[in-house]
Structures are given as structure tokens and as C-alpha cells.
Design a protein around this ligand. Sequence first.
Ligand code: HSE
Length: 382
Amino acid sequence: MKVAVLGFGTVGAGIYEMLANAKGLEQGPVLVRPGKDDAPFKRTSMEAILAEPGVEAVAEAMGGIEPAFSYAMAALKAGKHFVTSNKALVAAHGIELAAAAREKGVGFLFSAACGGGMPFLHNLSIAVESDLIVSLGGILNGTTNYMLDAMQRRSLGYAEALSDAQRLGYAEADPSADVSGLDALRKIVLSAAVAYDLLPVEGLCHEGIKSITAEDVKRIQARGLSCRLMAKCGPAAGGKVYAYVEPVLFPASAPECSVLDNYNMARYEGKCAGPMVFMGQGAGRWPTASAVLRDLDCILKGRLHMLSPACHEGSADNAACCHSYYVRLPSSMSGCFEAKSYSESDGVSELITKPMSVKAMHELAARLRGEGASLFFAAVED
Ligand code: HSE
């Protein structure tokens, strides 16, 4: 199967190179920006890609929603299989893309969009055919895991840790999606769509690591804890799901604390199968390209879809998910929380809240920041 590649950045170039040695797959043309067509296999328009004789599949690694969405629809309407590592695209248009693929009888797979090289969505999409998924989630962003690990184990500052993650090819072109938690949120949205036939578009909560400081890291370590950015999802009342991303503080013995560098750890719990855990590199050229190649291989073997025809857009509801939070904020605002423990030094307070809902915590943090507060919060495992 000849595969055209859209994009020749970190992931696109990796896909192109891996295609040279992949069984049953063949290198096709590569779409690049005008002026970047410095090799015979490069093209600068989607029309030229689709006009290329023998192309049966298109692998997209451009990132962003447009023009990726227009190109994806053009490829599917032209009867080409479509695989992508682009979570923003699938979170925004996954249902339309799945419908277009079904109409043409071609494949649409996106396991590289969640967890880099880990076969997480791949296995989840198989598990849902015979089991009920009780819950799912994990560490789903390699950039922020790399940063938190570097800040905690190597005492790097936030800016230095981020620039290392960018240099190593883990971060998005605009890393604000990584550090804000939006990238991990998109991945949990895709996972919900696969597991629950519901792609949540509202009611979601996400808090990233933008507000963690080197001082916070020291305070957290003084408590014998370690911070990871976690994404969580499961069924909620009223045909909804809960789905949110937030930092979580773990004791050093927790398995999450052994997830280092750009690694991810994702899990789902099947009602019958019990917990299944996946760990691997969640970002970077070769892990992500390898997941795209795995999807192409699935298509070769006749496995064409990860989203069922029943998948629809819906809402998340995080009001019933409750736990305690660690909060660092100006002492003048500490009265806004019901605390079960509290300490204060030089006008900065640290407190552990009584259990409160994810929705309430995220809303309160947004309100206090709107009033000018510098604040960091993380869930505490009860
Ligand atoms: N920027 C993403 C991450 C890339 O760091 O996880 C892989 O999806």
C-alpha cells in the first residue's frame, strides 16, 4: 500500500523514513509547504498528492485543525485510507471524519494521537468490543511529564525544562497546548469517544502545569510527594462522562512516580478484564511514527475503524468527582477554601482542602486567578 505523508516535521519525516522498511507499505509523496520542496518526493499541494498514481492511504502529521481537516476530507472523499497523529483534528472533527471514511469504505485510525508509541487506543478500541470500560486515563502528555520529572529530579527551572522538551521534539509547535493541559485533554476526549461512544465537547475541565514553580516543587518534595499531570475519564450520570486533566500529588511509592522523562502511562479498567496498564514513550519522532505505522498495518489487515457508528458528541460532567486538593496561594485568599490542614509563611499559604468536586475546584481557581491570585493546585490521592 503506497502511503502519502502530510507534513515533514518531527513526526512526518519519521513516518516517511519508517515506510521505507515496513512490510506491505511503500513510500508515497510527501506534502510540504511551498519553498520546502527540495526533493523529488515532495509536493506542495493536496491536489498533487491525490493525483499521484497508486496512493491508497494518507498519513497526516501536520498538526492543527486547518488545513489538516480539509485535506483529510479530500483524502477520504477520494477513497484513501486516512491515519493521523493529530489529536486536535480528531477531537474537533473525529465524528465527521469517521462518517466520511465509512461512506467510502476506507479506514480512519488515530492511535498515534493518544500516547505516542503506546498501543493504548488500539487496545482500548478492541477491548470495548467485548468488555465494559469502568474508567480510563493516565499520564498522557510527554512534554509535561518530561518537565515535571526534570524539575523534580534534576532541579531544573520551568523555562529550562520546557526548552529542553522543545529541543527534544516532544512539545507541540505551540507548547501552550502541552503546559495548559489541553493536549492531554484532547487525548482523553479521544479515549472517551473510543470507550464510551461519546466525544465530549463541553463540561470538560483542564489544569496544566503552567503555574508550578521551583518553590512549589521544593514544598511538594518536602511533603514526600511527587507531581504528575493526570487525565481521567469514566461514565457519569445522565449519559455523560467525567473527563478532566489536572496535576496530582503522589507518594514516592506510587507507580506514577516511576514514569520518567517523556514517558506516558495509560490505563483502562475493564469490567471483566480488570486494570490494564500501558507504559511507553508518549512523544517524539520514532514512538509516534511507529504508532502511525501500526495503524497502517491494521488497515492492511482489514481493521478500519476506532470509532463506532454510534459515536456522538456530548457533555462531560465533573461535578460528582470529589477529592482533596493541595493549594498554594496568597494567604489573603486562603479563606476561600475549607481546609483540613493549613500552613503559612511570608504571605504564602499551603493548604489541603476538604474533599471538593473537580468542577468546583477548577471554577474557584479560575475565579481567584481572575482576581489576580497566583495559585497552584493539585489533587491529593485520598
Ligand atoms: N506534545 C505531545 C506530548 C506530543 O508532549 O505528549 C505527543 O502527543
